[in-house]
Design a protein around this ligand. Structure first.
Ligand SMILES: Nc1ncnc2c1ncn2[C@@H]1O[C@H](COP(=O)(O)OP(=O)(O)OP(=O)(O)O)[C@@H](O)[C@H]1O
Ligand SMILES: [Mg+2]
Length: 254
């Protein structure tokens, strides 16, 4: 083909190519709009599912707390018909159930948070525990010595359950004031301890030996946060001291 006829053919086919191109662009645009529409629908469905899921969790929590409350009331009524010794045991069980419910209620407030300021949270939790556990011992109080400390909720939740178990033990076996101390031992290492002014740990107490459910719960939670548990007895206050050492990643300043 001569160069002239090639140019003529190119000129002749240019409008057709333009039409084809614009049709292809329109199809691509329509496909894109359809895909965007599907994506919007999916996002709306996910949001709706999340909303329903949250509602179900709130409902379940509400039912759990109501169930715990009913069990506590039932045991409390039963304690009125029991021998004094059995009544005391039943009331210990009642305060444990109620304390568990209260810890859960406080924890539920953390559901949508990745991080929590733990000293403030600890103060609220201990105010609840104090009302529940110390009503029979008006002479004792729970004191908190803690600087503000932000931490991931995933660490705060196990620490809260640990505090619950250790404070319950101090009320059961200790005496006087209970101190909860949260302190930094290095820029990334922290210690949370619970101390009381009771008679201290029984002779031969061994963390690795036979223990109750409470200490087993504490040890498994300490493992969960990759921490370590130390016990000592007969310190300044004379009572027992349980200290949990744990690490937190250093938070970079913005
Ligand atoms: N603050 C404390 N002062 C003195 N002894 C303690 C203290 N905390 C724990 N102990 C001793 O450690 C033992 C084990 O504690 P643990 O919490 O495992 O069991 P428990 O409180 O007896 O029963 P549970 O927690 O299963 O209801 C207790 O029986 C008690 O002898
Ligand atoms: Mg216990």
């Amino acid at each position: 083909m001569s160069p002239q006829s090639q140019a003529a053919q190119a000129d002749f086919s240019a409008p057709q190519a333009c039409v084809a191109k614009s049709q292809a662009a329109q199809t691509a645009d329509a496909d894109l709009q359809a895909a965007l529409g599907r994506e919007r629908d999916l996002i709306a469905r996910i949001a709706e599912l999340e909303r329903r899921h949250e509602l179900q969790i709130s409902e379940l929590n509400h039912r759990l707390l109501n169930g715990l409350q009913s069990i506590a009331s039932l045991l409390s009524s039963q304690s009125r018909l029991a021998t004094p010794e059995a009544a005391t045991q039943l009331m210990v069980a009642v305060s444990r159930i109620v304390a568990f419910g209260q810890v859960n209620r406080q924890l539920h407030l953390l559901d949508h948070q990745d991080r929590v300021e733990f000293s403030g949270y600890l103060a609220r939790l201990c105010a609840e525990l104090s009302t529940l556990l110390l009503w029979q011992q008006p002479s004792g109080a729970i004191k908190i010595e803690a600087e503000p400390l932000e931490m991931p909720t995933a660490t705060a939740i196990p620490l809260s359950y640990i505090v619950n178990e250790l404070v319950t033990n101090s009320v059961k076996y200790g005496a006087g004031n209970i101190t909860i101390r949260l302190q930094a031992v290095s820029p990334t290492r922290y210690s949370l301890s619970v101390l009381d002014q009771g008679p201290g740990l029984p002779a031969g107490f061994d963390l690795c030996g036979k223990k109750g459910l409470g200490m087993r719960i504490v040890q498994s939670l300490v493992t969960q946060i990759a921490g370590e548990l130390q016990v000592s007895s007969g310190g300044d206050g004379g009572g027992a001291c349980f200290a949990v050492g744990f690490s937190l990643p250093r938070v970079e300043a913005c």
